[in-house]
Design a protein around this ligand. Structure first.
Ligand SMILES: C=CC1=C(C)c2cc3[nH]c(cc4nc(cc5[nH]c(cc1n2)c(C)c5CCC(=O)O)C(CCC(=O)O)=C4C)c(C)c3C=C
Ligand SMILES: [Fe+2]
Length: 430
């Protein structure tokens, strides 16, 4: 079922004076505190404008997976810089509290202003006048948290490492930058305001000072997927609709089958039941070269039309592709190396993934081209069956890869949602 946001009227500024606890959020809304966004003064206006307010942090699954994909992303991977298990647990407790506050539209800790002037404030302050903007914060654990590069079990977690949580293999054509890959922990912050997403990661990194350090991070500015049937399909930087055939929040059976880890999936990693695996791939797109390709060729590379996103076999955007339909020269109308054919579940034992990626432009490269692409994020029940074979097929036989460079890669186990009074990932440590 799709998560329903509450109103976006709550702003950090509005909550400042009251020190309102998370449980008091509904009360604060009823009291009519102000929002910095003019024209968003009631829940109906908010909903119709498609700008959600707050999503509950706690629940059976972490928010930020089936949540309708927000427009902005700040993703960060962290290295744990201590061997002290208690310090790690304490950090997860602090992160949970701060995430719960920030996703509710409150500042972190005791706030940004009004405290002891002799001390640095708990919250950095740049989101004070902004509403929650649909912020979700999703936490994950990388393979190196369980066994570091030397095989050392720093936190006594090695025997709880899920069998499927292993470094992804090297794929043909990967040109990975180690400084943009891996990580002991990750945080995916998504919001409809970039400043809110950046504020969340910045404050969590600040809280983690001395326990974790940021290994790498990635900003995303335009979602490249839909995770709910209520959303329109956005476009990637090749100009094509992206996210059409995604697993959506309304597909309960597909989520159970393809996204959530089941209770019997891994006897040694029961703590992950109800969670998922997050695959992150930074994919550079050589858009200057792409832009010189004829429209017909671009459509053949993807296997869909650029305008409506319909399969080349006909119909509308949501029509199932007909991979058997003949085209000219005895070739099928959807070419054998078209992206949608190569990655289609029909080629991979029916495996589907919940994609949640974002466009990025990180300035220019040494040749004057844009350092641009798609930060691919996908949630799957098992990377070995639902991601690796698909990426392998793509790397070896997809026409699109001529225009792509895989420059970053990471895999994380994403624990289920935190229950009342719990910290995120608590079952792993008990
Ligand atoms: C290994 C998994 C995938 C990577 C990496 C990937 C990169 C990538 N994709 C596009 C553009 C499109 N992808 C589309 C569909 C699609 N892509 C994947 C997997 C990977 N893509 C899947 C599983 C699917 C769905 C296939 C299906 O079920 O039919 C589409 C079509 C529209 C849609 O269904 O979303 C486009 C367009 C780019 C540009 C890219 C890397 C930069
Ligand atoms: Fe794709």
């Amino acid at each position: 079922m799709t998560e329903q946001p509450t109103s976006s009227r709550l702003s950090r500024r509005g909550l400042l004076g009251g020190g309102v606890a998370v449980a008091g959020v509904a009360g604060a809304f009823a009291a009519g505190r102000g929002s910095a966004h003019a024209g968003e003064d009631d829940a109906a206006a908010t909903a119709s404008a498609g700008r959600p307010g707050t999503y509950a942090f706690r629940g059976a699954h972490q928010a930020g997976i089936t949540t309708p994909a927000q427009d902005r992303l700040h993703f960060a991977a962290f290295d744990v810089v201590t061997d002290d298990r208690d310090a790690l647990v304490a950090l997860l407790e602090q992160w949970t509290l701060a995430a719960e506050q920030m996703t509710a539209g409150e500042p972190a800790g005791t706030g940004a202003v009004g405290g002891d002037v002799r001390l640095p404030p708990d919250d950095t302050g740049e989101a004070l006048d902004l509403p929650a903007s649909g912020l979700t914060i999703t936490f994950g654990f990388g393979p190196s948290l369980f066994r570091d590069a030397d095989g050392k079990d720093r936190f006594g977690l090695a025997d709880r490492q899920p069998a499927a949580l292993r470094e992804l293999p090297h794929f043909p054509g990967d040109v990975l930058d180690p400084a943009r890959s891996g990580g002991d922990l990750c945080i995916q912050a998504c919001a409809d305001d970039p400043q809110v997403a950046v504020h969340a990661v910045r404050n969590l990194a600040r809280i983690g000072f001395g326990t974790v350090s940021v290994r790498w991070s990635q900003l995303g500015f335009g979602r490249t997927s839909t995770t709910s049937t209520s959303q329109s399909t956005p476009r990637n930087l090749f100009g094509f609709k992206d996210g059409t055939a995604n697993v959506k929040a309304e597909e309960a059976a597909a989520l159970e089958e393809h996204v959530w880890v089941g209770v019997d999936d891994d006897a040694g990693a029961g703590w992950l039941a109800g969670g998922s695996y997050l695959v992150a791939r930074r994919v550079n797109m050589t858009i200057e070269v792409w832009d010189r390709q004829p429209l017909g060729d671009q459509e053949a590379f993807i296997g869909r039309t650029k305008g409506t996103g319909a399969p080349l076999s006909g119909g509308e955007e949501m029509t199932e592709p007909d991979f058997e339909m003949p085209g000219s020269n005895d070739q099928p109308v959807i070419p054998v190396d078209a992206h949608v054919r190569v990655v289609h579940p029909g080629q991979h034992g029916g495996a589907r993934m919940l994609r949640r990626g974002y466009n990025f432009v990180d300035g220019s490269n040494a040749l004057g081209g844009l350092d641009a692409g798609l930060f691919f994020l996908a949630y799957v029940r098992d990377p070995a069956t639902h991601f690796v074979p698909v990426q392998l097929a793509m790397s070896t036989s997809d026409a699109l890869v001529e225009y792509l460079k895989f420059t970053g890669s990471a895999l994380f186990a994403v624990p289920p949602g935190a229950g009342p009074g719990e910290h995120v990932g608590q079952a792993l440590f008990t």
